[in-house]
Design a protein around this ligand. Structure first.
Ligand code: ADP
Ligand code: MG
Length: 253
């Protein structure tokens, strides 16, 4: 199983939109587990599920197993562990290593090809638990000045947590979102990110498409939609690029 964490500490940078579309895109050919770690539960809504007030992915922090939280979604190959909406991370003293331990105790890696994790914007125990199991981290960012700053901050947090946990740094992929090629600032910001953090980390940009907002109303991720659209094409290409990069990373270790 390959675990892909979608993360950026900046809110509104299309983490959830990216998480549901990558998870659903991968589910077309593989079995996928989606963990909705942001208590807002928007990823759960995005894959056609109701929010849970009783049992969800956050229940692992109060002694539940991960697998008892699993529910089916809009796609047969996509399993969701939904957000537990009233979970308060600050009520708990020590939440280190809980997700990693659940993966191991329940042999989760044997049952799925991919695990995609949508994360909250805060650098809290939820994000740390996610980074602890990450093989890859996708950082979506809006191409504005603060978006570029946020990518740098996210990368620093990633390297810091890898050092702290004494683990290999995850593969990093940077994804420009809500990109408009006719806006000079967008082009400049993408170039800046390429130059600062390396072209090899960049994925092709996702354009602006209102359907990417509307998909949350229907509960069907755009990548599973029959109708052609910009958002569909862009996220399809994003999944293809990721699969290519994963293959490359496996071959060259
Ligand atoms: N490419 C896009 N084009 C248009 N709207 C988008 C696009 N990506 C995301 N959005 C919208 O932007 C808002 C923030 O996206 P979301 O995925 O919720 O971000 P985050 O999870 O980082 O807070 C949502 O309303 C979403 O529908
Ligand atoms: Mg979100």
């Amino acid at each position: 199983m390959k675990t892909i964490v979608i993360s950026n500490r900046k809110g509104g940078s299309a983490k959830t939109t990216t998480a549901v579309n990558i998870a659903s895109g991968l589910a077309k050919h593989s079995s996928v587990l989606l963990l909705d770690f942001d208590t807002q539960g928007h990823a759960s809504i995005g894959v056609g599920c109701d929010l849970s007030e009783e049992l969800g992915v956050h229940s692992i922090f109060s002694g539940k197993t991960l697998s008892e939280t699993f529910i089916p979604t809009v796609h047969k190959n996509l399993t969701l562990s939904p957000a537990l909406v009233f979970f308060d991370v600050y009520e708990y003293a020590d939440l280190r290593g809980v997700l990693k331990n659940r993966f191991k105790m329940e042999s989760i890696t044997e049952f799925f090809d991919y695990c995609v994790i949508d994360t909250p914007p805060t650098f809290d125990a939820l994000l740390k638990n996610s980074l602890e199991v990450a093989d890859s981290v996708v950082i979506p960012f809006v191409p504005h000045h603060l978006g570029v700053v946020a990518v740098g901050q996210m990368l620093r947090a990633l390297y810091q947590s890898a050092t702290l946990l004494e683990r290999k740094v995850a593969e990093v992929y940077i994804l420009p979102v809500m990109y408009n090629p006719h806006i000079p600032e967008h082009k400049e910001c993408v170039e800046k990110v390429k130059k600062s953090f390396g072209e090899a980390k960049m994925l092709s940009p996702i354009g602006i498409d209102i359907k990417l907002s509307q998909q949350f109303e229907s509960g069907i991720p755009i990548i599973l939609d029959e109708k052609r659209s910009r958002g569909l094409q862009d996220y399809k290409r994003c999944v293809e690029e990721l699969l290519e990069r994963f293959q490359g990373a496996e071959m060259y270790g």
